[in-house]
Design a protein around this ligand. Structure first.
Ligand code: PEP
Ligand code: MN
Length: 346
């Protein structure tokens, strides 16, 4: 059940509603909406429900009470009808401007990471991506530079002014990664690592939650609920391709996930055209399809010399191809009534 406050409801009215929720034995979660506050009521509810709804609807400052029938509550669109916006420095994920996050798959060494950070910044990226802790299918593959990689990425972020998103794989490493990052990535393989989700839910840092290749949209939304229920509301969901019988690409980009998530949730959606494609030539069309379908941003891998990349080289865009992608996205954004933030501003 969510309680939607009137536009002008004051702090005392919100407080009264919270007290009433707690008095009835439930937990209250206030969504930080700009236009109006929405208070979610959590806890097992049975026959009391109807009476309670009437009770809350009659409190001063309450506009309406809606029931949420989905298993996820805080993530549901009804909890935040206006849509979540995540502010990271000067970047806003969600809202009219598209966010372009770009960088290497992995930080390989200082020179490589600093060079790519400058390339993506001047091409128009708003945020820098790059892995220091890498979840690799093979234990023999490059596993990332660990903390040294984080230090390198932090320098790249300092030099460019681009906020950094990087992956955290372990509960015990959340604190360490959060020291260097501006946004924590939960990789596809960890989407249902519930202890990890709870841990990042307990800190005050935005999270990029990637969909597991074998997980349904509703599983993704439940994973986000795990984070939100711990208090962290700053989550962007990332569609990065799912496993299907089709093997001409590495994964199949589930374009329909975008309108489905937009219908059921208020969280912004980022499309990762690189990991689903697995090959650079498909990255641009998949990115364009994602933006056309309503995504709020892109996560793209870039490398000046893909042939020598230590991870995911075949899907990395060379700098000139990334610049062309940004130009194409800018034109499409224009058609859609959306914008791209200027790279020089960030
Ligand atoms: C990545 O972003 O580099 C990554 C490993 O992605 P995913 O978790 O989607 O495979
Ligand atoms: Mn990668």
């Amino acid at each position: 059940m969510v309680i939607v406050m009137e536009r002008g409801a004051d702090a005392a009215q919100v407080r009264t509603v919270i007290e009433e929720i707690e008095r009835a034995g439930f937990r209250a979660f206030v969504n930080p909406g700009v236009e109006r506050k929405v208070i979610a009521l959590l806890g097992a509810m049975d026959v009391q429900k109807a009476q309670l709804a009437d009770h809350f609807a009659a409190l001063p400052g309450v506009e309406r009470v809606s029931r949420i029938s989905e298993p996820y509550k805080l993530v549901a669109r009804a909890s935040q009808p206006e849509g979540t916006r995540i502010q990271i420095g000067r970047v806003c994920i969600g809202g009219p401007a598209l966010t372009i996050i770009a960088g290497p798959c992995s930080a390989e060494d200082r020179e490589q990471a600093l060079e790519i950070a400058q390339i993506v910044k001047y091409a128009g990226a708003n945020m820098l991506r790059g892995g220091a802790f890498k979840p690799r299918t093979s234990p023999y593959s490059f596993q990332g530079l660990g903390e040294k990689g984080l230090e390198i990425l932090a320098q790249a972020k300092e030099e460019t002014g681009l906020p950094l998103v990087t992956e955290v794989m372990e509960v015990d490493e959340v604190e360490l990664v959060a020291k260097y990052a501006d946004m924590l990535q939960i990789g596809a393989r960890n989407m249902q690592n519930f202890r990890l989700l709870q841990r990042v839910g307990g800190i005050d840092m935005p999270v990029l939650l990637k969909r597991g290749p074998g997980c349904r949209v509703r599983d993704l939304l439940m994973a986000a609920e795990y984070i939100m229920v711990e208090g962290n509301h700053q989550i962007a969901l990332c569609e990065r391709g799912i496993t299907t019988f089709e093997d001409s690409t590495r994964y199949t980009l589930d374009i329909s996930a975008i309108p489905v998530i937009k219908r059921h949730s208020h969280l912004p959606v980022i499309i990762d055209p690189s990991h689903c494609a697995g090959e650079w030539r498909y990255v641009n069309p998949l990115a364009m399809a994602g933006v056309a379908a309503g995504a709020d941003g892109l996560l793209v891998e870039v490398h000046p010399d893909p042939a020598s990349a230590l991870s995911d080289g075949p899907q990395a865009l060379k700098p000139e191809r990334f610049r062309a992608l940004v130009a194409d996205v800018a034109r499409l954004a224009n058609v859609l009534g959306r914008t791209l933030s200027s790279p020089k501003e960030t």
